[in-house]
Design a protein around this ligand. Structure first.
Ligand code: PGA
Ligand code: ZN
Length: 418
């Protein structure tokens, strides 16, 4: 039983310089723990609501003072002085207090910050590293994920030079996190050199630290990634594979896909995705189709299931009901889990377990607007997620997570894989 004595919050800035929420949870044992929440740019329409002030005089309307006030007043007043046996009880109280289907009253940013700060406070009270507390919550054995790491970016995270959002490297031959990071570093350096030679550009970086030269089309972007893997001395496919986040919701309009100067029907888009899978060593395709093109997703699943992960981000929004729908329609076979898409740890765990119940793979993901908080590394390790997707290795808000994984490996001996 943990009795909350105080909940408070402040506004801090994320990696794009935009406000976000950091909450503090104090327990009567004397422990105070904190947690900061991230924010997306390539957001799905079914995501929980991130409460923004809308005051054009502060941060172009993006201020989070209302969310901060909600923690300090409404949430503090309702929860301080109460005992909570576990995360579920705390999150249920938060959901009841909000009372809306998408957390519009208090804000998912306020609610999740409190949910996470409470988890950290409970872990500290139990004397456990955060990942062990998460493992106890989900009744799983901790393990380190395989990282999927941004190499090239386009779409909403870059200048839109190429429509698709990310080409990621997956160091599949790595047996340790240490090895995975070293392999990725080698590929990243080779890619920076290659794109400098080919496009004459300095290594400009997108929101998540991926390189963003002016690729003429997606095929060149994928081909350059394969070439960089080779130049770094690895076999493309068996040692370092690729994953793509197509993020196609963001170039879908009028039921057509606007890609590389062409306008594609859903059917042709599926054929295009399949041609990339045939030509390049891709193991995962995220958001290959738009979030409301369910028929397109079903067609892609029929063609690609068993060859690559058919991974849903905007489609699923870490929402158990949408995951169940995708399972019954055979529209996807893997979940991209972003905790702030749903807004409490308990609901995110339910999404995780719903995915697992159908033998889905789970990729635990950061957001493009991140903070230096590293709770995501503990969460993926504790819950035993298959992959983590955090961005490149060149920015500290990303490295906070990678470095935490390295720490869990080096100090606690937790291993990758099964
Ligand atoms: P977001 O993008 O955090 O900007 O929504 C990440 C993704 O699409 O996976
Ligand atoms: Zn995505």
């Amino acid at each position: 039983m943990s009795r909350i004595t105080a909940l408070t919050a402040i506004e801090i800035l994320d990696s794009r310089g935009r406000p976000t929420v950091k909450a503090y949870c104090s327990l009567d044992s004397g422990i105070t723990a904190e947690a900061a929440v991230p924010s997306g740019a390539s957001t799905g329409t079914a995501e929980a609501l991130e409460l923004r002030d809308g005051d054009p005089k502060r941060y172009h309307g993006l201020g989070c003072r209302k969310a901060v006030e909600n923690v300090k007043t409404t949430i503090h007043a309702a929860l301080a002085g109460r005992d909570f046996a576990n995360q579920r009880q705390l999150d249920t109280a938060l959901l009841q207090l909000d009372g809306t289907p998408n957390k519009a009253k208090l804000g998912a940013n306020a609610i999740l910050a409190v949910s996470l700060a409470f988890a950290r406070a409970q872990a500290a009270e139990a004397g456990l590293p955060l990942y062990r507390h998460f493992a106890a919550m989900s009744e799983t054995t901790p393990r380190l994920p395989m990282p999927t790491i941004n190499l090239f970016s386009g779409g909403k995270h870059a200048g839109g030079q190429v429509a698709i959002q990310d080409v990621l490297v997956v160091p599949v031959a790595a047996r340790t996190m240490d090895e995975a990071m070293n392999m990725t570093y080698n590929v990243y350096l080779a890619a920076a050199k290659l794109t400098g030679e080919k496009y004459g550009t300095r290594p400009l970086k997108a929101d998540e630290g991926g390189l963003a030269p002016p690729f003429p089309n997606v095929e060149t972007m994928l081909g350059d990634a394969v070439e960089a893997i080779g130049r770094a001395g690895y076999r493309a496919g068996s040692e370092v594979a690729l994953a793509v986040d197509v993020a196609s919701t963001h170039f879908y309009a009028g039921e057509q896909y606007h890609l590389d100067g062409q306008v594609l029907s859903s059917e042709v888009m599926v054929a295009r995705l399949m041609s990339w899978i045939e030509r390049y060593p891709i193991i995962s395709v995220e958001d290959g189709l738009a979030e409301d093109d369910w028929a397109g997703w079903q067609a892609f699943y029929q063609a690609a299931h068993g060859k690559v992960m058919v991974l849903g981000d905007d489609l699923l929004c870490t929402n158990p009901a949408r995951i169940e729908r995708a399972q019954s329609l055979k529209a996807a076979d893997s979940l991209l889990l972003k905790v702030n898409q749903i807004g409490t740890l308990t609901e995110a765990l339910l999404s995780y377990q719903t995915a697992r119940s159908a033998d889905w793979r789970v990729v635990v993901s950061a957001r493009s607007g991140e903070t230096e908080d590293s709770w995501l590394a503990d969460l993926v390790t504790g819950w035993g997620g298959d992959y983590i997707k955090v961005g490149s290795i060149m920015q500290s808000e990303r490295l906070a997570k990678y470095n935490r994984l390295l720490e869990i490996e080096a100090r606690d001996g937790i291993r990758m894989g099964a």
